[in-house]
Design a protein around this ligand. Structure first.
Ligand code: ADP
Ligand code: MG
Length: 470
């Protein structure tokens, strides 16, 4: 019995924790539905009780039925089970009689002086949510490129399961913050609702776990475990495309959780509709909630991200260097951080101050820097080609919607990808003034939130501009 419990537990808790807290446990005896285990110390017992009681309860119930009970024997000192006064180690306040609650799973200490008492404290299942505490909403800079996703994430964290973003699907290219945002949701749920059972898992890990269980004919255990979670976060679901059977398990889990008002958060490197190899029944469920994308941050937001990182790490460098890096690294946030780190490393290695000269050297070796300065003219040309509009028309005072929109997008891209002032940008559009540029940028942002075709056009153009700048 114990070894099948361990098998399940092993997949659920982190390897290190498993080694520390579960391997040292000795099963002592099984009498009917009562399993007695021996743990090395009082502290050990308390830790298990605090962190893993419900995991133990659930797994044991699965093996021994609803009436399963777990009793502990605490080894006092080194392996001496007949220790002096083990019961005294437990504060009297803990000596309450266990009152039947929903878990119906009393924990009994079989203490050395044969004075068993029962303890309360059956909280919800405790599992390690696998969250990295660095990834919080606080450290996740908000901007146009991620506003919708970030706000939806906040809502989800505040009211998990009880919002219309279920599932919340966050998608976007590599290094744009999917994992950071997904983990922030988990951390925020834990902060606001400590009792909720949260689990973050990559789809690869999910698939591996599934395949292990499948080999051991334990698919039901696998599915049952996942059905106990309140907020399930699965990162990089695109990897499900290659795993048909795992999709079946995921489907069962999804349905159960969704029906019980539990929250699902998924991330993907492409929009759900482009997830080839994903079952249609899953895709249709993804549409039940909200899909929100992460875009490449614009120049100003890149500056903000760099400044935030520096502040968090207690670092400093001249503003002009920050600007130089932000301008030149326009691929994704991971690259941006990478550039910052190489710059700091180079500076300390060569004992040189960080200045634009050094930044130039470092970024030159940095793989994906833009070598060319993209110009407003170049962007205009690209947009004209994309929409099949003539350059003259782009500049004229026409009210034709297609042309107005093309012009607004061009201004928006010019602001995001060149260092020109609003005034200069306006001048490139037949002498319009800077307020027109501001208005255009705002319109583009608004339309991107409401009009998905428009949004896709802008995204595609953004990519073209970025490629041209590399
Ligand atoms: P993805 O999962 O989309 O590949 P990550 O979440 O791993 O991307 O993000 C890459 C790096 O960029 C991480 O270090 C993350 O903290 C950082 N990052 C991404 N977006 C932001 C943001 N808006 N503010 C601050 N840091 C960010
Ligand atoms: Mg990721």
């Amino acid at each position: 019995v114990w070894s099948s419990c361990l098998k399940i537990i092993k997949d659920i808790v982190e390897w290190q924790h498993f080694k520390t807290w579960f391997e040292p446990i000795n099963p002592v005896e099984l009498k009917g539905n009562v399993l007695m285990i021996q743990v090395p110390s009082q502290f050990f017992y308390e830790y298990l009780e605090e962190h893993y009681v419900n995991l133990l309860a659930k797994t044991l119930k699965r093996e021994l039925g609803k009436e399963a009970r777990l009793e502990y024997r605490i080894m006092v000192d080194s392996g001496n089970t007949n220790g002096r006064n083990g019961s005294m180690d437990v504060p009297a306040s803990n000596m309450k009689t266990y009152n039947n609650n929903e878990m119906n799973f009393p924990l009994v200490i079989d203490n050395p002086v044969k004075n068993p008492f029962v303890i309360p404290g059956l909280k919800k299942m405790q599992i390690d949510p696998q969250l990295n505490h660095m990834y919080t909403f606080d450290s996740f800079v908000e901007g146009d490129s991620n506003r919708v996703a970030r706000r939806a994430g906040k809502t989800v964290a505040e009211k998990p399961g009880a919002n219309s973003f279920n599932p919340l699907v966050i998608y976007g290219g590599v290094g744009l913050g999917k994992t950071h945002l997904a983990q922030s949701i988990g951390n925020e749920v834990k902060r606001l609702h400590p009792g909720k059972v949260v689990l973050y898992v990559s789809s690869e890990k999910f698939i591996n776990q599934f395949q292990d269980h499948s080999r051991n004919n334990a698919i039901n255990d696998f599915i049952h475990f996942y059905q106990l979670i309140d907020v399930l976060i699965i990162d990089d679901v695109q990897f499900f495309s290659r795993a048909e059977k795992s999709q079946d398990a995921f489907f069962a889990i999804f349905n159960h959780l969704h029906q019980s008002g539990k929250q699902l958060v998924l991330t993907s490197d492409k929009p759900p509709k482009d997830l080839d190899g994903m079952q249609e029944r899953l895709l249709s469920r993804f549409r039940w909630g909200l899909s929100a994308d992460l875009q490449i941050p614009d120049y100003e937001m890149r500056i903000e991200i760099l400044e935030k990182k520096m502040k968090n790490d207690g670092l400093d460098m001249p503003k002009e260097v920050v600007k130089y890096v932000a301008y030149n690294i326009n691929t994704n946030v991971r690259e941006l951080e990478g550039a910052l780190i190489s710059l700091l490393a180079q500076s300390s290695l060569n004992k040189k101050d960080i200045d634009v000269e050094l930044a130039k050297k470092v970024l030159r070796n940095f793989v994906k820097t833009s070598s060319k300065e993209i110009t407003i003219d170049a962007i205009q040309k690209m947009v004209c080609e994309y929409f099949d509009v003539s350059y003259d028309k782009l500049l004229q005072k026409t009210r034709k919607r297609e042309i107005v929109q093309a012009r607004q997008i061009t201004m928006y891209l010019a602001k995001a990808f060149t260092k020109n002032s609003l005034k200069t940008i306006g001048e490139h559009f037949g002498g319009r003034d800077h307020t027109t540029v501001i208005h255009s940028c705002q319109t583009v942002k608004d339309l991107m939130d409401t009009d998905s075709i428009f949004r896709e056009n802008v995204m595609e153009l953004t990519q073209k501009v970025q490629l041209a700048a590399m």
